[in-house]
Design a protein around this ligand. Structure first.
Ligand SMILES: C[S@@+](CC[C@H](N)C(=O)[O-])C[C@H]1O[C@@H](n2cnc3c(N)ncnc32)[C@H](O)[C@@H]1O
Length: 249
């Protein structure tokens, strides 16, 4: 069965750039050419299996290389939002990865916090912050399903590709965890793979009605619009939703 990765940009097996090779990352031999550079960003993570949910350890392991979502800059659909100037105050980038979106927010004068369960990702993010002389920014290792350790009081939460990694039970916990750290009237902005994206590799595809259901009680879903998500392994963008929900009480 096809994985929907027919537009694969790089030859993941040998690094030759052949664009049509069917793609599986299962097993340690998936990247025999470990160390080759895929696209602009670096060696693709060795042995990553995009056919299974990664889990917290799998995500951390992914950062020993360059995972497919690591595009070397924030996802444009959310960078646009930050650059639009509508955010203010304290901003949390949940599941921040190596911190590009958090650092963008900080560079625009926002009080930015990035949280990720991956110690590797957070170490990279902290190094970037130091190298760039970033202003009001902090990075913490922590679980997005229980953000209480942050103490709350956030005006906005940004989510670049995290909502879609959780199963149904954890999705509900995740959304409630976010709701609790927002001030009433605070906004949750998310970017997720949509059901318009073909194939079964990688994260879950999310339907509009799933967003509506997940962001109902205690939320007002303000907008859901088609958007795009960039990955390093395709020569096209992925179909996505960008959505905003407001904490009601
Ligand atoms: C698809 S990546 C997106 C990373 C980053 N937001 C970006 O756009 O590059 C999903 C991120 O969620 C993090 N993550 C997964 N489960 C998590 C959890 N329970 N708590 C915190 N972070 C989690 C992963 O470590 C990973 O960095």
């Amino acid at each position: 069965m096809g994985h929907g990765l027919e537009g694969l940009r790089c030859g993941l097996r040998d690094g030759t750039g052949s664009a049509t090779e069917p793609y599986t990352t299962s097993g340690a031999s998936a990247y025999p050419g470990r160390g080759f550079r895929c696209c602009q960003t670096g060696p693709v993570t060795d042995g990553m299996d995009l056919d299974r949910p990664l889990g917290i350890e799998g995500f951390d392991e992914a950062y020993s290389g360059v995972p497919p979502w690591e595009i070397g800059r924030p996802q444009p659909a959310l960078a646009e939002l930050v650059d639009g100037g509508t955010l203010a105050g304290r901003v949390l980038d949940v599941g921040c990865g190596t911190g590009e979106l958090t650092l963008l927010a900080a560079s625009r004068g926002l009080d930015a916090t990035g949280v990720d369960s991956s110690p590797r990702a957070i170490a990279i993010a902290r190094r970037k912050a130091a190298d760039r002389g970033a202003g009001r920014v902090r990075f913490e290792v922590g679980d997005a399903l229980d953000l209480g350790f942050l103490g709350g009081g956030f005006d906005a939460v940004l989510d670049s590709g995290v909502f879609h990694v959780f199963d149904d039970a954890d999705r509900a916990r995740f959304v409630e965890s976010i709701r609790r750290v927002l001030v009433p009237g605070g906004r949750y902005h998310l970017l997720v793979f949509s059901d318009a994206e073909p194939g079964v590799w990688g994260p879950r595809r999310v339907r509009r009605d799933e967003l509506e259901a997940a962001l109902s009680g205690g939320w007002e879903l303000e907008s859901v619009e088609p958007a795009t998500f960039e990955v390093t392994i395709l020569d096209r963008t992925v179909h996505a939703w960008r959505a905003t929900a407001v904490r009601r009480d």
